[in-house]
Design a protein around this ligand. Structure first.
Ligand SMILES: [Zn+2]
Length: 598
């Protein structure tokens, strides 16, 4: 099946989902013939920025626009729908981000359009242009020829220089509501002749988190998984927890029910759910509870603060009644922090359990440190007799229940091992064949045993909210083997490599490839060196190295584009990461540990 997102990309403004005010404004500009010369389309990925830019580019040139959209029939429309046309120029700033590229634009804008009235430059990922490129572009934006329109699309407008921003007409694209996404998924499935239940479409919409591309990518991945797509199929294949289970886990955390919370996690683990996905869902859920509790149900919905359907809203309201704001924000904080740690945890389940117990039992390290400092200060000012000191030490020790947790850990670790075969569970997998071939040392140290041993020796101790590169590298030290695939390539640039792999995988179009592509489109850490580039694929929910078909696809992709050198798991993953995270931050503008996610 062709990729659903591409197949069902909107071709007229009326087909664009969830961006009504923007679409209306653009349509009116076409109808009135009042078109600007520079536009800025901002907003999350996969919500229609590029689609709108393309429609607009054709509409300004269309000879007989219909309601502001291109007619699709006229000479101009026909000529411009061909990828060979030279009037609509799409540039990916990720790969054409240099001064030379911008100068090239400056040179070429002089030439008149071939087909219609306007030459339209669509610059995707505009925030990735370099400073020099912006300067060169600015000169063009200052005095654009009458026949040229620029559309800059970006997820990170704050990275654009003020001088550029001030010259653009800005449109902020919104996340698409669950209802609209669900309808869209249903339409696409209907058109494809895929059988599904309405609840399944809704579940896919929820997991899409406001992004049309994400929702359709999920829809695509599971389309051929079953005769009838049900919510169970969706949850099973995406590794996500069911909505009831998530709200239950939240409620347990909110009411201090440790046993209940651990049982809930156990349930997810037994059902083969990804701890990362579960943690993320709880974070999102907590955020919704916090919002609802703060501003009330009615306002939350009215102002679009909560993107939820009626059933979910009911659950959120019930949960909001069970906890105070302080508690909810602590849950949000803990799960949010655990989310970043989980991706690189050797044993995600234990990691999540530890985070949960710390939260429920109120073992707050910072709070503890504060109390100790306060006591030390008191002691320094007011020394106590030797006998009393002992009592004070006891008073600041963590509550006894943390000790109860410790023996459980070893047992849980063992229980957890069989789920490593699950494709979506980011558990340490057995090394794939090519890894053992080129890295014999990895075969000598079966990662499973050594990693579990390491996990027991060093339980996940610090949950850092926003780890800096150094801290992050520290945290992966114990988990480098089997957690990352490291590829190196010569004679191609990082973005070329990613682009080539993505293209290759798109052609293959299998379910595994869809997930790999998903990861690639979300960004992987890239490092360009003098003579080669390397990139690190974190082994997390979207791409488990234990998932053989995905690995095969990736390897085939690398072969397909003539990669000269391929390294297996890298011994120096730690220092590579230092560089690569910095590069990933630069490229994707995100924290190194969250680059795989929005
Ligand atoms: Zn036309």
């Amino acid at each position: 099946m062709a990729t659903l997102y591409r197949k069902y990309r909107s071709r007229r403004f009326e087909d664009v989902i969830g961006q009504d005010p923007i679409v209306r404004t653009l349509e009116n500009q076409i109808k009135l013939g009042r078109v600007g010369h520079a536009y800025l389309f901002t907003g999350s990925r996969g919500i229609g920025k590029t689609s709108c830019a393309r429609i607009f580019a054709r509409a300004v040139n269309c000879l007989h626009p219909v309601n502001g959209s291109p007619c699709g029939e006229c000479e101009a429309c026909k000529a411009l729908s061909s990828p060979e046309n030279v009037d609509i120029i799409e540039l990916d700033a990720a790969s054409n981000n240099g001064v030379d590229d911008a100068r090239d634009i400056r040179e070429k804008v002089k030439y008149m359009p071939v087909v219609g009235k306007y030459k339209v430059y669509i610059i995707d990922e505009a925030h990735m242009l370099t400073g020099g490129a912006f300067n060169a572009l600015l000169k063009t934006l200052e005095e654009p020829p009458a026949h040229v329109i620029f559309i800059l699309a970006t997820t990170e407008p704050q990275k654009l220089p003020q001088t550029i921003l001030s010259r653009c007409i800005r449109f902020d694209f919104k996340l698409v509501s669950v209802d609209e996404l669900a309808k869209h998924v249903a339409r696409v499935y209907d058109a494809e002749g895929i059988k599904y239940t309405p609840e399944a479409a809704r579940e896919i919409a929820r997991l899409g988190e406001g992004s049309v591309r994400d929702a359709l990518s999920i829809a695509d991945t599971i389309a051929s998984a079953a005769e009838l797509i049900t919510p169970e199929v969706v949850l099973q294949l995406t590794g996500s927890g069911d909505a009831d289970g998530i709200s239950e886990l939240f409620d347990c955390a909110a009411t201090g029910d440790v046993a209940g919370a651990l049982v809930a996690i156990d349930g997810f683990a037994k059902a083969g759910k990804s701890m990362f996905a579960v943690c993320r869902q709880v974070t999102d859920y907590s955020r919704n509870v916090l919002v609802l509790k703060s501003v009330g149900a009615q306002k939350s919905v009215e102002h679009g603060l909560i993107n939820a359907d009626k059933a979910t809203l009911g659950r959120i309201t019930a949960s909001a009644g069970k906890a105070d704001l302080d508690r909810i924000s602590r849950i949000l904080e803990h799960f949010g922090a655990a989310e970043s740690g989980l991706k690189y945890s050797v044993n995600p389940r234990v990691f999540l359990e530890t985070a949960l117990v710390k939260l429920v039992c109120g073992v707050d390290e910072q709070d503890l440190a504060k109390r100790i400092t306060a006591l030390e200060r008191k002691l320094a000012n007011n020394p106590l007799p030797a006998g009393q000191k002992k009592n004070i030490t006891t008073a600041v020790e963590p509550p006894a229940h943390t000790a109860v947790h410790a023996p459980q850990k070893a047992e849980k670790t063992v229980q957890n091992a069989p789920s490593a075969s699950d494709a979506y569970e980011p558990e340490p997998p057995p090394p794939p064949d090519y890894m053992t071939e080129s890295a014999p040392s990895a075969a000598k140290n079966p990662p499973k045993a050594s990693q579990y041993a390491a996990a027991e020796r060093q339980p996940p101790k610090s949950i850092v909210k926003a780890p800096d590169v150094k801290e992050f590298a520290e945290s992966v030290k114990s988990a480098d083997e089997g957690e990352f695939m490291h590829f190196s390539a010569t004679k191609v640039s990082g973005m070329e490599l990613i682009g080539a792999i993505a293209k290759f995988l798109r052609k293959k179009g299998t379910a595994g490839a869809a997930r790999a592509r998903e990861l690639l489109s979300r960004g992987v850490a890239v490092k360009e060196r003098d003579d080669y580039i390397s990139f690190v694929v974190p082994d997390e929910i979207y791409l488990s190295v234990s998932d053989k078909p995905v690995i095969d696809e990736l390897n085939a992709a690398l072969d397909g584009i003539g990669i000269e050198k391929r390294a297996a798991v890298d011994k120096t993953a730690e220092d590579l990461l230092q560089d690569d995270i910095a590069r990933a931050r630069e490229l994707f503008g995100r924290d190194g540990v969250t680059y795989a996610r929005r």
